[in-house]
Unconditional design. Structure first.
Length: 386
């Protein structure tokens, strides 16, 4: 097992009626900017619950943070923070709203002239404006980690950011919200969380036995509850396990002591930036090709995954590993998720070259757990995903 440091300061309030406890978690004198997305929280009752819990606070609202939070919109929110002298941010939404709030947390205290530098120069944020979250869409795990992904439409870029100063102070996770989520988004959440685990698990063995078992447990849970939550999103037990699995998939725990990949995400981000494809679905597009292209370096963990998670007991290491890839693709397809780029756009030709060039321009000489997947390799992997 590799050396590691583990610190996760986010307080989790999990379960029914936890939104009422917001009052206990935010400083008494705080001036709050309430951030949300398209306005669905006003239809499903969450907005009302939040406002009722915070009647004694001065609250300014900012809505319209879209999926794949847009930099220009966030810059408008940043102006509100400065003009209104906001002291606390409250994200009420899914991963996109929370990611956007993390950028605002960083940008509010940023001393540089151009906040885009936080992303473009990959600045690790040591301190941000304090914020909390009320999760409405399980998927990204952003409610209990310090990372974020921001999109800039004018340049068709989607970049990551993070740092120890960007953990939420608290996050409220009420599984009751899942019953208002469309099936399309539930499928995205399942696929997103599943791939988050695989990115930290399908690498190479380092004798981190407990970490492997944690990862396998999350994967098995997602497989078990997927048909239940897809059939009936009002099933509270399924919703609770779905929500907590998504959080546990990317709160830092299963990443400690083991190598991580994240190449699927880096390529997938480019597909979202170029075509607007849902993040989770870009992961499903890239995954099979990535694991196939890098089969030799990943086959041992792929075989272990196939055996422990999918109960594949027959065949050689190679045969089990291939079966593991196959069953993962089938799992995504069982959720109604298409797994090739050409199923999403007719304009896919040349995509691989564009993405490869972008990686070169950013100076990314090698990604993946070994740092050896070059822009040339990326071009080949993306082409295989057509």
């Amino acid at each position: 097992m590799n050396n590691f440091d583990l610190l996760n300061p986010t307080k989790i309030l999990f379960g029914k009626n936890q939104i009422a406890n917001l009052l206990k978690e935010i400083p008494e004198n705080a001036k709050i900017l309430l951030l949300y997305g398209s306005g669905s929280i006003k239809k499903n009752g969450i907005y009302t619950q939040v406002k009722e819990a915070l009647t004694s606070y001065k609250i300014i609202e900012f809505g319209g943070i879209s999926a794949n939070p847009e930099y220009a919109v966030l810059m408008d929110a940043l102006q509100v923070i400065k003009n209104e002298k906001i002291t606390f941010l409250l994200a009420v939404g899914g991963g996109s709203v929370i990611d956007g709030t993390k950028f605002l947390s960083a940008a509010a205290l940023f001393k540089g002239e151009n906040p885009w530098d936080i992303l473009a120069k990959n600045i690790a944020i040591q301190k941000g404006m304090p914020f909390g979250t009320v999760l409405t869409l399980p998927a990204t795990g952003s409610e209990m980690n310090s990372g974020a992904v921001i999109t800039r439409k004018e340049t068709k870029e989607k970049l990551v950011m993070g740092g120890p100063g960007l953990f939420p102070i608290f996050s409220i996770l009420d599984p009751e919200v899942v019953k208002s989520i469309p099936q399309h988004q539930i499928a995205n959440g399942l696929a997103d969380a599943f791939t988050h685990v695989l990115e930290q698990y399908i690498t190479y063995p380092v004798n981190a036995l407990i970490q492997d078992r944690f990862a396998e447990g999350i994967l098995q849970t997602l497989i078990e509850i997927a048909p239940k939550i897809m059939k009936n999103n009002a099933d509270y037990n399924a919703a609770a396990n779905f929500m907590w699995s998504c959080t546990m998939a990317l709160n830092g725990l299963i990443q400690k002591g083991v190598p991580s990949d994240w190449a699927i995400h880096m390529m997938g981000h480019e597909l979202t930036a170029l075509f607007g494809i849902d993040h989770a679905r870009t992961l499903a597009i890239i995954l099979e090709s990535h694991y196939t292209y890098n089969f030799e370096s990943k086959k041992e963990k792929l075989a272990q995954y196939a055996t422990r998670v999918w109960n594949v007991t027959k065949g050689t290491t190679e045969e089990k590993a291939l079966d593991g890839i196959k069953k993962t693709v089938q799992f995504f397809q069982s959720l109604g998720i298409k797994t090739t780029l050409s199923e999403y756009t007719d304009s896919y030709k040349g995509t691989a070259e564009i993405i490869s060039k972008r990686f070169e321009e950013r100076g990314w000489k090698g990604i993946g757990e070994h740092g050896k997947i070059t822009p040339n390799d990326v071009e080949k992997i993306v082409k295989m995903s057509y």
